[in-house]
Design a protein around this ligand. Structure first.
Ligand SMILES: [Zn+2]
Length: 144
């Protein structure tokens, strides 16, 4: 088994930007924000002031934090090993992120995952995902 750890407090610091400030502030409260277009209604990632589909105005909304693995790769030569993935959010957008707090052998395309915020070296929240059910107080396990 290849353990993919949480590495909380050990992630690279994301670039600070005025546009990201509301996202970071909400993330510190454990809330995961997306932006959705007020014209065409599509959500997107990463957050942008103008819609990448139609250039309409966008607004923040709180996302569910639920998604599925679209694609992934495990970097076994890194120390500790890491898992990079595209996760498709329940709201529609697919985001490049990391899977954490699981065994590499446990990851699969189509796997249900749930958001977990880890922190970078300077304490900034970083959105990552882990298999749905892991660390979930409801005890729900992902479907086989
Ligand atoms: Zn739009």
């Amino acid at each position: 088994m290849t353990r993919i750890s949480l590495r909380d407090g050990d992630w690279p610091d994301p670039p600070a930007s005025p546009e990201a400030a509301p996202f970071v502030a909400a993330a510190r409260e454990g809330r995961f924000l997306l932006r959705r277009c007020t014209a065409c209604g599509k959500a997107h990632w990463y957050p942008r002031a103008l819609c990448p589909f139609c250039f309409g105005e966008t607004a923040w909304e709180e996302a569910s934090g639920e998604g599925t693995v679209y694609s992934y790769t495990v970097l076994t030569r890194e120390d500790p090993p890491r898992a990079i993935a595209y996760v498709t959010l329940a709201e529609g957008p697919t985001m490049l992120t990391s899977l954490v707090d699981c065994e590499a052998e446990q990851i699969a395309v189509g796997q249900a995952v749930r958001l977990v915020f880890v922190t970078s070296k300077n304490g900034t929240p970083v959105p990552c995902f882990r298999p749905a059910g892991a660390g979930d107080p409801s005890g729900a396990e992902p479907a086989p």
